[in-house]
Design a protein around this ligand. Sequence first.
Ligand code: HEC
Ligand code: HEC
Ligand code: HEC
Ligand code: HEC
Ligand code: HEC
Length: 241
Amino acid sequence: MFTKEFDTRVKTTVKIILPVAGVVAVLLILGFRNTVTDVGYRPQQPVPFSHKIHAGQLGVKCVYCHTSVETSAHSPVPSTSTCMNCHTLVKSDSPKLKLVRESYETGKPIEWQRIHKLPDYAHFNHSRHIRAQIDCSSCHGKVEEMGVVAQNKPLSMGWCIDCHRNPTEFIIPARPISGIFTGVKAGKYDPNAKATLAQVKALTEPQFGQWETEIPKNEVPGIPVPKHPGYGPENCSSCHH
Ligand code: HEC
Ligand code: HEC
Ligand code: HEC
Ligand code: HEC
Ligand code: HEC
């Protein structure tokens, strides 16, 4: 039907176009798959550790294991020795804890898979949020009900800014299970309490969202200061520096 020359031309074109289209498709899929905003991301962990058992049933507070969350940017996953505080006695020969015992003997840390991870150009600091009495569940969901931790919020820029503009809507005030400084007297916790806002002061004319909150400076470094949360920043450099 077609001339032979035309036929081979079509064939070579198809031979070239198909693989190129395939490569482009793969790149597009990889490019658009955003691991940062991946709600529900739940990697397989090396040890079947359950927050539902430890925090939910046993009532171990979050800060018992995630110790530096009040004082530093990161709240690392606990070291094996924290586990062995209990597991030298409890379930000491459980096969599920084999890796934990090995790690304790060899001193080689367990290789937990990281779940929440911002890109390097965005900076997040736990301590600032925790000292403002923002409960972990505002950003991580009810971890004490999770058998396996899954990402609960998108961690996108829009998500950060939504709360910074309307903190009362998004903040869950500190709950006892978190064990973070609450400023709430024991037994007086009110689950329906709304976060109270500090006064917000405009620096000058608001330019590119340049606002400053009236946040008291820490009097003693390392010791959490009881206070009510203010508005978070909207100026680019506070998160991208
Ligand atoms: C007995 C120790 C222990 C307690 C108590 C505990 N955690 Fe964890 N947490 C871990 C370990 C171990 C991991 C890493 C394994 C995993 O993801 O399940 C982890 C992981 C996490 C992660 C995911 C970290 C990542 O990679 O992004 C979050 C979020 C978290 N915990 C929040 C909490 C909160 C909130 C509480 C309190 C309700 C809490 N944890 C109580 C030990 C603990
Ligand atoms: C405060 C004490 C305590 C700490 C700290 C603790 N555990 Fe546990 N863990 C327990 C208890 C108690 C159980 C048994 C719960 C049950 O079966 O009712 C348990 C059960 C487990 C189990 C299930 C064992 C089985 O055979 O069913 C695993 C796995 C485990 N823990 C891992 C860890 C890891 C990993 C850490 C450190 C990140 C840790 N635990 C820290 C008290 C603790
Ligand atoms: C205002 C939101 C927010 C609150 C409140 C919050 N987190 Fe996070 N958390 C994050 C973000 C965002 C990340 C990812 C940080 C990164 O990649 O730099 C994260 C990461 C983590 C990680 C992984 C290790 C790390 O530090 O990057 C753990 C564990 C964790 N959070 C535990 C907690 C616990 C426990 C609490 C409560 C005491 C808490 N978080 C409160 C937003 C929050
Ligand atoms: C649930 C509400 C909430 C979410 C979500 C949240 N923030 Fe905030 N953030 C606040 C509040 C409230 C403050 C002011 C705290 C105070 O008054 O001390 C704040 C303060 C800050 C500050 C200024 C303090 C400092 O360390 O310089 C930065 C930066 C910041 N947030 C970054 C982020 C980033 C990045 C994210 C998203 C990954 C995020 N925040 C998500 C509520 C939130
Ligand atoms: C409260 C913290 C915060 C502030 C303020 C902020 N950003 Fe971001 N920004 C983030 C986070 C977190 C991400 C990563 C989101 C992701 O990977 O999905 C991000 C991502 C980005 C990206 C990468 C593209 C994208 O959407 O993934 C650009 C560009 C950017 N920000 C520009 C800006 C500019 C310009 C401003 C000032 C108007 C600003 N940001 C203010 C937290 C912030």
